[in-house]
Design a protein. Structure first.
Length: 257
């Protein structure tokens, strides 16, 4: 069961505490107050639900921060945020909460460092969840077709806070240029297939297979949900694994293997 079916009941913002809890209090407002009175003093959310709450809160607030990094928020960036909400299967109340988080991220005093530090702790530094989070933020930066210098600086700062090498961000950017994350699964060309898998055309078959298996493991829907990714993101993760498979099969066919 997804955590946000219970979120409006009010526990998560207060029990998370810190900047993420404060943001959830803003996003859900009086809904938290109503629900808090229904909790026992020793009531705590399950670990997975806590991770899901942290992921949701950090995702949309940081997305707003990146959108504002170049000084303005475009219609494309707002559409990207709405598209993520749609893929998550959010109902009307949760969409409104996500919009409030997005707007909080745009504020000049948004505590980015503190939010990312708590997010990293809450997800227990799980690299697969951090990568998925980074992919979403990079997609937001690419929403208007170009990553502006200020957005690139913001993304580099996010990587530093999350302990992600900049080389990994560059690989993700190459994958996005090749169409990774689009609704259509198949890569447009053999070059795109290599870029999507993050390898050079001259790579050996064994290294190609390792890259393929690594990406499949990182984006496997069941593994991601088990680690705390919201259930509603399973469609997005499934689409990405289909793209990875399509890219790998296209390269194998071209090599006759």
């Amino acid at each position: 069961m997804a955590w946000w079916g219970k979120a409006l009941g009010g526990a998560f913002g207060f029990l998370l505490g810190g900047p993420l809890g404060a943001l959830m209090g803003i996003a859900f407002g009086h809904g938290f107050d109503r629900g808090l009175g229904q909790l026992d003093d020793d009531s705590t959310p399950a670990e997975q639900e806590r991770i899901q709450a942290a992921f949701f809160t950090a995702t949309f607030s940081v997305m707003g921060h990146i959108a504002k990094a170049d000084g303005r928020v475009t219609r494309d960036e707002i559409r990207l945020a709405e598209d993520v909400m749609r893929r998550l299967g959010l109902d009307a109340d949760m969409r409104e909460a996500a919009r409030k988080l997005f707007n909080e991220g745009k504020s000049a005093d948004f505590p980015l460092a503190e939010v990312l530090a708590q997010f990293r702790r809450e997800v227990h530094r799980r690299t697969t969840l951090i990568q998925m989070f980074l992919e979403i933020q990079l997609q937001a930066a690419w929403a208007d077709g170009v990553v502006h210098p200020a957005e690139r600086d913001a993304l580099a700062g996010i990587c530093r806070h999350l302990g992600v090498p900049l080389a990994q961000l560059e690989r993700l950017e190459e994958m996005l240029r090749a169409g990774f994350g689009r609704s259509d699964a198949a890569p447009d060309s053999l070059d795109d297939a290599y870029d999507l898998l993050g390898v050079e055309p001259g790579v050996g078959d064994a290294e190609l297979k390792r890259a393929y298996r690594r990406l499949m493991s990182q984006h496997h829907p069941d593994k991601l949900v088990a680690k705390g990714l919201p259930d509603e993101m399973i469609k997005d993760a499934t689409a990405k694994t289909q793209q990875i498979k399509a890219a790998y099969e296209l390269i194998r066919q071209s090599r006759g293997t």
